[in-house]
Design a protein around this ligand. Sequence first.
Ligand code: FES
Length: 94
Amino acid sequence: MSTVTFIIGDQIKEVKAENGKTILQIGLDAGVPIENACGGNGFCTTCLCSVKEGSNNLSERNDREENMGILEDPERLGCQAKVKGDVTVELLDQ
Ligand code: FES
């Protein structure tokens, strides 16, 4: 289990999560309102996050992120980045 801390505007929400799930899945399961216009398929960037802490506790950047131009930290697509340890993310496109 890991802890994912979501920063949503001026609110903070901590969620315990199973490793291997995406930031998007974890957030939605916990009632965090993450936009996901393409349904989590890596084609829209509405789930864009800024990783504040724990970027090496996420899966490697994948082709879908690279195709959408999400190339450098701290930006990650919430629907593609899988959690493998504690991480703090700020939701950008809400
Ligand atoms: S939900 Fe569309 S890119 Fe993540």
